[in-house]
Design a protein around this ligand. Structure first.
Ligand SMILES: Cc1cc2nc3c(=O)[nH]c(=O)nc-3n(C[C@H](O)[C@H](O)[C@H](O)COP(=O)(O)OP(=O)(O)OC[C@H]3O[C@@H](n4cnc5c(N)ncnc54)[C@H](O)[C@@H]3O)c2cc1C
Ligand SMILES: NC(=O)c1ccc[n+]([C@@H]2O[C@H](COP(=O)([O-])OP(=O)(O)OC[C@H]3O[C@@H](n4cnc5c(N)ncnc54)[C@H](OP(=O)(O)O)[C@@H]3O)[C@@H](O)[C@H]2O)c1
Length: 459
């Protein structure tokens, strides 16, 4: 039996080289272990996981509740009946995609280590693809790696629990018969995404505020906001993208941020967008008061306040919980120590190079399942998670940012760490320079950051 490697050690940037070199030596090769593995979801995380499991010779079933692959990237013009997503009985629409979306990463940060994105329009090279181009990229990927035949479309996983060492997975089809089926698996990889369940702002007075409210999950096109005064809560990518989109038709757009260092100002190049601090109070007469002293008679509030992790099908008897958007405990955001390696999560990290992270996580999971890589002992994994929580507390990072990569360096350290687990080279220096520059430009201003990045090319 192979010895466990010390992958649970905490790594610092300065020591990363020695650490990774040491780690190469302790990656253990074992006889391949074959399993029947369920993958939940056929978005980018599920597709990458299926490809890696296929490469390891596993028997795979990918469950996908919709009728196509792509997850977030499948645009659905329909919105949910409850615009804030509070009604638990509403019909849930998975994707929060809006019509005008262009990626916030250049294509170099959204392709895989061995599969590239080539996009040209009218002979011109495009750096930031639109939603249709990303969906095409994922469809091409699935076709080129022969993944389609592994996927059971229109089949939603409704229950997953472990019994007698096997995972019992219950699924329901969405055809007229709504057939329920139970099947046993040796392992389950959860790739169900985390941009569907709205997280709402608990702003004072908002419950009695008389105007219309929606969450960005239900935003699609700007037309309904014509001539309206709109307040957007949240300074993330959705907040600014939607503000820019709506400003084309709205009378005024006011973006509210709870970021303590927010610059209160009218945005350059826009006649009708203002950036404010936190909302102080939403009044019953429709006025919205900001902490910076501004008072606005608003028609609509759009909550661009992010999403909640949600695994409604998963029953682990409390071993894995979601608490204030912390999914835990998860070793390196992937494996619950008590259930590893047979239960894993791909695609949990936020504010990072999502596609690249999912690719390397998928490789790690697949190789851990086939026995080519061993995980540290359960105790070491738990200790690593606890150390992560302790560091967050010490540095004042709120719990809801457990899976947020707050700096480019966090992303690079994580990617290099994952790469070392699966014996791949660390992230290309050019990619690191691109991400660094992108983050620098976004910090200066979200207005025109894509164009400014392209102007800075080559890296
Ligand atoms: C508006 C928006 C824009 C974004 N733009 C970018 C960007 O520019 N660049 C970037 O890198 N990232 C972007 N992201 C982040 C994006 O979510 C990730 O990059 C990535 O696409 C997530 O993929 P995923 O496979 O983990 O999840 P998803 O894409 O959400 O896929 C999950 C899949 O699981 C299926 N599923 C869920 N539950 C079940 C169930 N119970 N049974 C069966 N199937 C189920 C869903 O139908 C879906 O197909 C954006 C996100 C949003 C919301
Ligand atoms: N063009 C694009 O490519 C594009 C567009 C949209 C979304 N996306 C992606 O989609 C994902 C989700 O983005 P998102 O912007 O929807 O969510 P997000 O990144 O989670 O951002 C949510 C924002 O809302 C703020 N917020 C949360 N609760 C709040 C409250 N109660 N009051 C005030 N502010 C509050 C957060 O502040 P704190 O930081 O303080 O919590 C944060 O600024 C990301 O991966 C993003 O990259 C990409």
């Amino acid at each position: 039996m192979a010895a466990a490697c010390s992958g649970g050690d905490k790594i610092q940037t300065a020591t990363v080289t020695t650490y990774l070199d040491k780690l190469q030596d302790c990656t253990i090769h074992m006889a391949p272990q074959l399993h029947k593995v369920a993958v939940i979801g056929a978005g980018v995380s599920g597709l990458l996981t299926a490809r890696e499991l296929q490469r390891e010779g596993q028997q795979i079933v990918v469950y996908e509740k919709s009728n196509q692959i792509g997850g977030v990237w499948v645009y659905d013009p329909e919105v949910e009946t409850d615009p804030l997503g509070l009604d638990p009985n509403r019909r849930i629409i998975h994707s929060s995609m809006y019509d005008s979306l262009r990626t916030n990463f250049p294509k170099q940060l959204m392709e895989f280590t061995d599969y590239s994105f080539t996009i040209e329009k009218n002979g011109k090279y495009l750096y930031f693809p639109d939603r249709k181009e990303v969906l095409k990229f994922l469809n091409d990927f699935a076709r080129d790696f022969g993944l389609d035949h592994l996927i059971r479309f229109n089949t939603e996983v409704v229950s997953v629990e472990q019994k007698n060492g096997k995972w019992v997975l219950e699924s329901k089809t969405s055809d007229v018969d709504q057939t329920n089926q139970k099947e046993l698996f040796d392992a389950v990889v959860i790739c169900n995404g985390h941009h569907t369940q709205p997280k709402l702002a608990d702003t004072p007075g908002i419950k009695k505020w008389p105007g219309k409210q929606i969450h960005s999950h239900n935003y699609r096109v700007p037309e309904p906001y014509k001539d309206q005064v709109v307040v957007v809560i949240g300074h993330g990518p959705s907040g600014f993208d939607i503000a820019f989109d709506i400003a084309k038709v709205a009378k005024e757009v006011h973006v509210s941020s709870r970021f303590p260092q927010v610059e209160v100002r009218k945005l350059e190049t826009y006649e009708n967008i203002w950036q404010h601090s936190k909302i102080e109070y939403c009044h019953e007469n429709g006025a919205v008061a900001f902490e910076d002293g501004a008072l606005v008679a608003a028609d609509i509030i759009i909550h661009c306040t992010g999403y909640k992790y949600d695994f409604p099908f998963l029953n682990t008897n409390g071993i894995v919980t979601v608490d204030d958007n912390r999914v835990g405990p998860l070793y390196k955001h992937v494996f619950p120590p008590r259930l590893a390696p047979t239960l894993s999560f791909v695609g949990i990290p936020k504010q990072t190079a999502n596609f690249r992270v999912a690719e390397l996580q998928a490789k790690w999971v697949a190789r851990a399942l086939s026995g080519k890589v061993t995980l540290p002992s359960r105790e070491k994994m738990v200790a690593d998670v606890e150390e992560h929580y302790r560091l967050m507390e010490e540095t004042g990072v709120p719990k809801h940012h457990t899976h947020t990569f707050l700096s480019c360096n966090d992303t690079f350290i994580y990617l290099d760490w994952l790469a070392a687990q699966v014996r791949l080279p660390r992230t290309d220096e050019q990619l690191k320079r691109i991400l660094d520059k992108l983050v620098e430009l976004v910090r200066i201003s979200r207005v025109g950051f894509r164009e400014r990045l392209v102007e800075s090319w080559p890296f």
